[in-house]
Design a protein around this ligand. Structure first.
Ligand SMILES: Nc1ncnc2c1ncn2[C@@H]1O[C@H](COP(=O)(O)OP(=O)(O)OP(=O)(O)O)[C@@H](O)[C@H]1O
Ligand SMILES: [Mg+2]
Length: 263
């Protein structure tokens, strides 16, 4: 995503601070381990074998990671490729679980990540929206309230009632964003997900994000490689390296820690 002047996130918003001491996201000694196998066959055999001879490697995507985020804070996760940022976000959204340690999340999460993932190609767009709301634990009534909003936002026309296997990847991402943007979340999780669809749609997405984030009760967790964007609307930065927290503090200090002192 480019952060040129026109698309600058949150340009109209001032810095955000925590509105209460209540932690809404808490990581306690979280380690997430992935086992790497030579191929699918050895992955399958690895399930049944006691010795680890099928294993070619182990990755600690998150390693003894602990932090707390309070209600209303806007926090950037910063780090190089493979540092463990997306791994941590996936545990906040509940699509993945820690190998050891605990992740506690209090509140409804809206996630702007992997927007075109997790849909069932056999079901229509509308059916997938309904399914997603059930997975999130929304009541029927709550879903009815947001269904039309999401469908309008996605602008898929007649395709909304076609099986999703007939969608382009941009169309899937539009529906993913439309759903995430239609619920009023307590926690907004964004993983550089904004490069969705064409220019026009992207603008709409960014405006909607601004709107969600302008609510000071919403807690934001944001992953980006654009330091300027992180500084623009996060007050705090957590720097990860090889799955471990190496810095946690004011955003400007976090960026300086990560990038080295400005020239
Ligand atoms: N499903 C998986 N299976 C095996 N390894 C994985 C899996 N998901 C992530 N990893 C590994 O875990 C580590 C952390 O990955 P992660 O995606 O969290 O990094 P990231 O900080 O989001 O990087 P990027 O900036 O490139 O998005 C990497 O070494 C990655 O290869
Ligand atoms: Mg990532």
């Amino acid at each position: 995503m480019s952060f040129d002047a026109e698309e600058r996130l949150l340009e109209s918003l001032g810095p955000r601070v925590a509105v209460s001491d209540e932690p809404v996201v808490k990581f306690e000694h979280v380690t997430k381990t992935y086992k790497l196998y030579k191929n699918d066959r050895s992955r399958f055999l690895g399930l049944f074998s006691r010795n680890n001879k099928e294993l070619v490697g182990i990755v600690h995507a998150n390693n003894d990671l602990s932090f707390e985020i309070k209600k209303g804070e806007a926090v950037a996760l910063i780090g190089r490729n493979g540092a463990g940022k997306s791994t941590a976000l996936k545990m906040v959204t509940g699509v993945s679980y820690p190998t050891t340690g605990t992740v506690t999340v209090n509140g409804r999460v809206s996630a702007l990540l992997e927007l075109n993932a997790g849909f069932d190609g056999q079901l229509t767009g509308r059916e997938n929206l309904s399914l997603r709301s059930q997975v999130l634990g929304m009541s029927k009534k709550e879903y009815q309230e947001i269904e039309e909003r999401a469908i309008d936002f996605a602008e898929l026309g007649l395709y909304i009632d076609q099986p999703m296997k007939s969608y382009s990847s941009g169309m899937k991402a539009r529906l993913g964003f439309a759903f995430a943007a239609s619920i009023d979340p307590d926690i907004l999780v964004v993983d550089e997900a904004l490069s969705v669809g064409d220019k026009e749609f992207r603008k709409k997405c960014i405006n909607r994000m601004r709107e969600i984030m302008s609510n000071e009760n919403v807690t934001v967790l944001f992953v980006t490689h654009e330091s300027a964007a992180a500084q623009e609307f996060c007050t705090r930065g957590i720097v990860l390296s090889e799955g471990t927290k190496v810095f946690d503090g004011p955003i400007d200090d976090a960026v300086e820690y990560y990038e080295g002192p400005a020239d």
